[in-house]
Design a protein around this ligand. Structure first.
Ligand code: UDP
Ligand code: MG
Length: 316
């Protein structure tokens, strides 16, 4: 099978039939064999019964129904476990992405042997203040922190090689950063292709303004995990040791100066009157805590040996 098309959806009943018939038409006219995985992420409208109808009429249509709304990342994850096509296409269900782009994404990823071809909504039909501007900022931050050069990380329309989706774990809200997850897993042949975009014909966006807070925190997590996730001691241990040493030397110096005072016959200076006393104390305690955090991190990793964080490209 050439293609697996993965479509996460939450209350998108109005667009599903049109979406399916356009995908079917474009794949047939390009002689691409395909399966579609609709993932109903807890819809409360008629979405699921429409998917059931489509799957009765067409054997290429499959569906997964969640018992409640778990989020787009989980929806993608569930479908990624099932897909069998050589190339996986993800797209949104709201018709903002054009199914007619599928063949060109497919051709690009096959002919140039990319791991990921990510859509780029260069001309975007969303609200400028609430979406387009913040998203520009986000993409710039994501480029800087991840080193993956994409203009539009969160575009719903993307094409992946099968190995990529089978070896990444899209958890939390990480659907925004799948190319970064892939790059961290060693899939670095990532490119982008301009795609068309249109305003939402039905319904409204399923993400509110909290997307920016979550998106930012996820980005920081990704950056941190990719740098230190495999070796926490290198961060916590180093910071802890430095702090402890700083505190210890300060305390040592305090004690020494006290001794010198005493040897000169000066009494009555309480160590605790000196602000350095508290700084030294805090530094030693914090340093020890950081060190312990790093050590515990290492122990956890040691116990999770099965969790491989490498991907073997070739074996001979
Ligand atoms: N979606 C989902 N679960 C959610 C939120 C959204 O499956 O919790 C789906 C939604 O139905 C759509 C896609 O994810 O197919 C993109 O969502 P939306 O169009 O609301 O995002 P936007 O275009 O505003 O970024
Ligand atoms: Mg949308």
């Amino acid at each position: 099978m050439n293609l697996s098309i993965v479509i996460p959806l939450l209350n998108e009943a109005e667009s599903l039939e049109e979406l399916f018939s356009r995908i079917d038409l474009v794949c047939k006219s390009h002689q691409l064999s395909y399966e579609i995985w609709f993932v109903d992420d807890g819809s409360t409208d008629l979405s699921w019964s429409i998917i059931e109808n489509l799957s009765v009429q067409n054997a290429n249509v499959h569906g997964i129904k969640f018992s409640r709304n778990y989020g787009k990342s989980q929806a993608l994850h569930a479908a990624f476990e099932k897909v069998q096509g050589e190339i996986i296409i993800t797209m949104d269900a709201d018709l903002q992405d054009f199914p007619e782009e599928i063949p060109s994404l497919y051709d690009k990823i096959i002919s140039e042997d990319f791991d990921i071809v990510s859509g780029w909504k260069k001309k975007r039909f969303d609200n400028v203040m609430t979406k387009n501007l913040p998203s520009k900022l986000f993409n710039a931050a994501a480029r800087k922190l991840s080193g993956v050069e994409l203009h539009d990380f969160n575009c719903g329309l993307k094409a992946y090689k099968k190995q990529v989706v089978k070896s990444i774990d899209v958890y939390g809200d990480m659907h925004r950063y799948i190319p970064v997850l892939a790059a961290n897993a060693g899939f670095r042949k990532i490119t982008e292709k301009e795609v068309q975009h249109q305003a939402r014909p039905y319904g409204s966006s399923k993400f509110g303004s909290e997307r920016f807070v979550r998106g930012f925190l996820d980005l920081v997590t990704l950056w941190f995990v990719s740098r230190f996730g495999g070796r926490p001691m290198h961060f916590f241990g180093a910071a802890g040791t430095l702090m402890f040493l700083f505190g210890f030397l300060s305390a040592f110096w305090l004690g020494l100066s006290k001794l010198i005072d005493v040897s000169r016959g000066i009494y009555g200076h309480l160590l605790a009157n000196n602000p350095w006393f508290f700084i030294a104390l805090t530094m030693m305690i914090l340093g020890t805590l950081l060190f312990i955090a790093g050590f515990l991190g290492e122990m956890i990793i040691r116990n999770n040996r099965d969790h491989k964080n490498y991907y073997i490209d070739e074996k001979i």
